[in-house]
Design a protein around this ligand. Sequence first.
Ligand SMILES: NC(=O)c1ccc[n+]([C@@H]2O[C@H](COP(=O)([O-])OP(=O)(O)OC[C@H]3O[C@@H](n4cnc5c(N)ncnc54)[C@H](OP(=O)(O)O)[C@@H]3O)[C@@H](O)[C@H]2O)c1
Length: 324
Amino acid sequence: MKILVLTKINDYLKSKMEDLGKKYNISWIVVPGKEVNTVLPEIDAIVAGYVAPEQIEIAKNLKAIFVPWAGADMLPWDVIKKKGVFVANSHGNGKIVAERALALALTLTARVVEYHNDLLKGIWHGFAVGFKKEDLWFSLQNKNVAILGTGTIGRHLAKLLRGFGCKIIGFKRVFKEIKDFDLITTSIESAIKDAHVVFVTLPLTKETYHIINKKVLLLMKNKFLINVGRGELIEEKALYKALENKILAGYASDVWYNYPGKEKSVVLPFNYPIHKFKNVVISPHVGGYTIEGQEGRIDELIENIEHFIMKGKPKNIVDPEQMY
Ligand SMILES: NC(=O)c1ccc[n+]([C@@H]2O[C@H](COP(=O)([O-])OP(=O)(O)OC[C@H]3O[C@@H](n4cnc5c(N)ncnc54)[C@H](OP(=O)(O)O)[C@@H]3O)[C@@H](O)[C@H]2O)c1
């Protein structure tokens, strides 16, 4: 079996590829960008987060695409559906992303960055100076929390928030009760109605693109919003306006609208200057970037490939109609 690898390969993935290669006689193909099209006709599977539609057309023996993380939003789904290629993804870093979501929430509600920046300039809050509005931070304990997306990340996050005594409401596409959630709903409005803090852990799909738009943001008066799903789940201009008009109590995000690429390595992640607001915390898409997070997602990638070899289909198949 020939598997083309188009993603970055760290030492852990390299050693896993070597082991799996020996066990199942896999030829791993790793070639520079320009040469990819010459090898496509002979490969059986691809490890990648993005593949161009024409590459899928050229790869006439292609049976599976293994996305080595959860988000499958960059794939050309129309061609994939037409060709009947399996797509598998990996949720093995979900536990770590949940921790990052909680870290961002605590940083935002406890005003950690704001106070840090002020104190660097000698400006104090609280104990030493008094009881102004900006001297108080907001505790998460015993608050109402909405988690939009009750998948791997959402469930791990709910478990962590249990320790804070939060009342947890989950929003999902198909109704089903879930452990650690006090209430489940399929209505985004009901989910956020009584929440003090709203977490976004949704995948980006045709249905969820801009799911948080001007109308939904207007329902978030005085609520904190934390996003670890994808930037485009939230309409960017509406987000900026919601901060400018002091609708949101604050915003923290790990996921963005602009990313560095081959042409530009230094890039601001937004198009509207949300960093001018003190109640914003920004994080450079590092939700899964711990040793455990990286190993977790790679272990699940390897499991998917092994399952495909042994049983003819990967373990975590992405539904092509739903894109997650
Ligand atoms: N920041 C980072 O570094 C990082 C790392 C990993 C992942 N992510 C992002 O997080 C996303 C979620 O990951 P995951 O592993 O938790 O995914 P998952 O296990 O597939 O869970 C997805 C959840 O979203 C819900 N959902 C999907 N479409 C919906 C819709 N239209 N309306 C309401 N709910 C909807 C699903 O509902 P049902 O339960 O009803 O199906 C499910 O609960 C990924 O797709 C990726 O974009 C970010």
